[in-house]
Design a protein. Structure first.
Lengths: 292, 276, 336
């Protein structure tokens, strides 16, 4: 697969179809994967592709406005590109999307701590990946290997339902404990392709919306606000949870809102670039039972 | 235990002067009489000014320590703190921490001709030094003040001009960017005016303060006029918080503007890598 | 071993017994493993929770001295007038156990910022005074550790009151300061001469075992304008992970919140760190911010204090969401 990728990238750069291709490369330690910015044909040799290519690179696209960029994308990354297109943050004609047929990426944190499970641990988000639904890519590089099968009865919202079944006091206690570790590094925000506000609500001073301190009030306000701002936009790439240095299960919060959005509006983010963003429009059939 | 270096002293606003539509000079008096009497500073130093409930910001002290009728800060309405400050009235309480910074190197200016070059609100720290020099007139030679602003409405400390013009061996040149009705002084940006005036560099020191773009174009003019880098002094500003060299924010190279500055000579700045 | 230091050997049980007895007078803080999330310094009440094994805490011990979030004073209205009130400083004594040598060196470096000169930070000072640091030497430095390249060592006792080295099922304790002596003096037995020699050679062997070595360029000053910084900073996402988890980063913000003055961590990586009220931002570009980080640690601090502001703990590499590697960056920095 990687040879096909390299050849494609070299071709794109040679024909000047793009000025830059964003992909993955091996870090100096020979093991870790880091983003790769290929600007000439020679550097295409650096590109790699394996199950450790976890990052969602679409967040870098907004750093190059007006330029023609190529991007190596997995299925989840494609969904975030779709949302960015929906929200007019990217121009389709400036993108060359190379889809790598992905069979799952590895969660390094699980590898480090789950010493009992000797199997390679794929990321939670991969288990129910709705792959091959999108046809937005300019070119697809297929994986000749065997695809992991998602069981028919797989319920992506199962952890959410488990949490919903708990009493509110138990849920509150759980989240208070998790958020007590939040250090307000904003890695969750910076790594999220959908967090592109030039001045984040957390950075406003006139007025300051919530405390900058790592007290519970500030931490809850920040994390809940971000989750609400992602309602109808989060496509569950899981980067926020991966980036969080203190292991807060951020995916669960966004997943809960994703479930609510599906139930209330029958809407799933990231499936169609032509569809209007959920909260940019209304439908007469929208639920209104909150109006008393 | 040692004192709390982040705790301000309370001061009351005793006078507010509107210099322009967006610049006010606040005169303050410390609530604690002992601090009021003992507070001393050098021209060029600044204070961390607290508007309670809003925040703290650094403003230079704009009156000379030789004229102690109250601490004066001239503030342009810009961000959160300055906007809130502009809403305050006489009698309101503010907080003052300081004085901080290195101040102007007075000893290096003695027996020299002094060329003050100011743009807009940049005249504020220079006013402190100008009045200091005029109060110790014998220590300094010829004084030339070049003060420019976008328009005559943006010129600050107008009430000082008469005294400056009238002082011994002292010249004041005012300029605005574009010509206006009833304007009798010079027209043109400050660097161009300097080129016209051709001030002598022999035995002179230039003290420059103004917006970054003014400083950027004034420095080459001064060098061309023969001023050597040691004889060009400027005062810089950057976003500041602690004022004590601890919060890590206001560094240029290995120097902190709050502790090692804000006054620097051009010869110092030439040797530092910085982003300004 | 320094003059006046004592070397003792003891069993884990005896050490645990002493720590339990100390719970009466001290808060004991040590590394605790949180399943799937990492190892964190927590208040230990049950000594069984203490994590003696390999691995590093996510957050360094710095947070107990320069707090991630604390109030410096508060204001109130008194007879219609604003008045300021100091807040009580925490007074409880603490023992932090399991501190890695790199983190202790980090504190010695922070002392130069907060504890030296005329303006001493009483919040930091108070925390230093009420805390005893007991270190734990690193038997297995990980692939991102490079302490020996920046003047440190997995066996360093700098900045510590005592240093524990696990040896088989036992612990050797190097007692360094008077206050550590008061606590550990009665523990176990002294090492005999043979054992001292063995301990010394073991230390040397472990110091030499770090695989990841870099050479910090002495030449950074000359390459400030180099295109190198644009190249190496391309993937930085401008979050605060490296800064907040670094044992030596000390940048902070001061904010007025509900009539209290809050001090919280801040970082030069954030886009708005140097944003001025006028809208000017000297470090608007990512490369300028990344360059600032590298230069502050390996050039500016060195110019002011003759040491790098980095202890080679590797946290910034380990936890960076895109695995930026500051050690590689300074090692591979060009000469011109």
């Amino acid at each position: 697969m990687v040879d096909e990728l390299k050849a494609k990238v070299r071709e794109l750069l040679k024909n000047k179809q793009v000025e830059l291709v964003i992909g993955y490369q091996r870090a100096a330690d020979g093991v870790s994967v880091i983003p790769c910015f290929v600007e000439n044909e020679k550097d295409a040799e650096l590109l790699i592709w394996d199950a450790y290519c976890v990052y969602n690179l679409s967040g870098y696209l907004k750093d190059y406005p007006g330029k023609k960029i190529g991007i190596v994308a997995k299925d989840c990354d494609l969904r975030s590109i779709v949302v960015l297109l929906q929200e007019n943050q990217l121009k389709r004609e400036n993108l060359f999307i190379i889809e790598m047929e992905c069979h799952g990426v590895i969660d390094e944190k699980r590898l480090k701590y789950d010493t009992q499970n000797q199997e390679i641990n794929f990321a939670q988000k991969c288990k129910g990946c709705p792959s091959a639904k999108l046809s937005i890519a300019d070119c697809v590089i297929k994986d000749k290997g065997e695809k992991r099968k998602t069981p028919d009865d797989y319920d992506e919202y199962e952890p959410i339902r488990k949490m919903e079944a708990k009493a509110i006091s138990e849920r509150l206690k759980f989240w208070q404990e998790e958020f007590s570790r939040c250090i307000r590094c904003y890695a969750c925000r910076q790594v999220c392709p959908m967090c592109y506000c030039p001045k984040c609500v957390a950075e406003q001073t006139q007025p300051a919306w919530f405390s900058k301190g790592t007290n519970l009030e500030g931490n809850l306000s920040w994390n809940v606000t971000r989750a609400m701002h992602l309602a109808g936009r989060c496509i569950d790439c899981g980067e926020c949870e991966r980036a969080c240095p203190v292991g807060i299960p951020l995916r669960d919060i966004n997943k809960k809102i994703q479930k609510d959005v599906q139930e209330l509006f029958s809407y799933q983010a990231g499936l169609s670039a032509e569809a209007k963003p959920l909260f940019a429009c209304f439908d007469k059939k929208d639920p209104d039972d909150f109006i008393k | 235990m040692s004192q709390n270096i982040y705790l301000p002293n309370l001061a009351q606003i005793i006078e507010i002067k509107e210099e322009t539509s967006d610049i006010k000079t606040f005169k303050l008096k410390f609530k604690d009489q002992a601090i009021e009497e003992s507070f001393d500073y050098k021209p060029g130093q600044f204070v961390e000014f607290s508007v309670f409930g809003e925040g703290e910001a650094p403003f230079c002290i704009s009156n000379s320590p030789t004229r102690k009728s109250g601490l004066e800060c001239s503030v342009k309405r810009m961000g959160k703190v300055s906007q809130a400050l502009h809403e305050l009235n006489i009698g309101d309480t503010v907080g003052i921490r300081g004085p901080y910074g290195n101040g102007f190197p007075i000893d290096d200016l003695k027996n020299k001709h002094l060329l003050f070059v100011a743009g807009g609100i940049g005249l504020a720290p220079l006013r402190s030094l100008i009045n200091y020099c005029l109060d110790k007139r014998g220590d300094f030679k010829e004084i030339t003040i070049v003060n420019g602003a976008r328009s005559s409405k943006d010129l600050v400390f107008k009430s000082e001009y008469e005294a400056w013009r009238g002082a011994k061996n002292t010249q004041l040149h005012l300029t605005v960017d574009c010509n206006e009705e009833n304007w009798t002084c010079m027209v043109g940006v400050v660097p161009k005016i300097l080129e016209q005036l051709k001030p002598t560099c022999q035995g002179s020191v230039a003290i420059v303060c103004g917006p970054p773009i003014m400083i950027k174009f004034t420095l080459p003019v001064l060098l061309k006029l023969g001023f050597c880098p040691e004889a060009i002094i400027t005062t810089l500003e950057m976003k500041m918080k602690c004022g004590l060299g601890k919060c890590g924010r206001c560094n240029i190279g290995n120097l902190y503007i709050c502790k090692d500055g804000p006054v620097f000579s051009y010869s110092q700045l030439k040797n530092i890598n910085y982003d300004l | 071993m320094g003059k006046g230091c004592m070397l003792k050997i003891t069993t884990k049980e005896d050490l645990t017994k002493i720590l339990i007895s100390l719970l009466n007078d001290f808060e004991i803080i040590g590394p605790k493993e949180l399943s799937h999330k990492g190892i964190f310094y927590e208040s230990i009440t049950d000594l069984k929770d203490l994590h003696w094994g390999e691995g590093f805490t996510t957050e360094p011990v710095k947070k107990f001295f320069l707090s991630p979030s604390e109030y410096l004073f508060k204001g109130r209205y008194e007879n219609g007038q604003e008045a300021l009130e100091e807040l009580p400083l925490p007074g409880n004594k603490r023992i932090i156990i399991g501190v890695r040598p790199c983190e202790a060196i980090g504190l010695s470096l922070l002392d130069k910022v907060f504890n030296a000169g005329e303006d001493q930070d009483k919040f930091y000072l108070n925390n230093r005074a009420r805390t005893i640091l007991v270190g734990l030497s690193c038997l297995k430095p990980d692939k991102n550790c490079f302490c020996t390249s920046v003047g440190g060592s997995p066996e360093s006792s700098r900045g510590l009151d005592a240093l524990i080295s696990p040896v088989g099922n036992e612990f050797i304790i190097e007692i360094i300061t008077e206050r550590a002596k008061g606590i550990f003096e009665s523990l176990g037995r002294n090492l005999n001469q043979e054992e001292v020699k063995l301990w010394g050679s073991d230390k040397k062997r472990r110091e030499g075992s770090l695989n990841f070595r870099i050479k910090v360029s002495e030449n950074l000053d000359n390459i400030f304008e180099s295109e190198y910084w644009e190249k190496v900073s391309k993937s930085c996402i401008s979050c605060g992970v490296c800064t907040f988890l670094c044992p030596t980063c000390h940048c902070f913000d001061l904010v007025d919140e509900k009539r209290k003055k809050l001090r919280c961590y801040d970082g030069c990586a954030f886009c708005d760190f140097t944003l001025e009220a006028s809208g000017t931002n000297p470090r608007a570009a990512r490369k300028e911010r990344y360059r600032q980080r590298v230069f502050h640690k390996f050039d500016y601090f060195k110019k002011n204090f003759q040491e790098n502001l980095c202890v080679g703990c590797g946290r910034c590499i380990r936890f960076c969401p895109v695995k930026m590697n500051i050690a590689e960056v300074v090692d591979k920095a060009p000469l011109v």
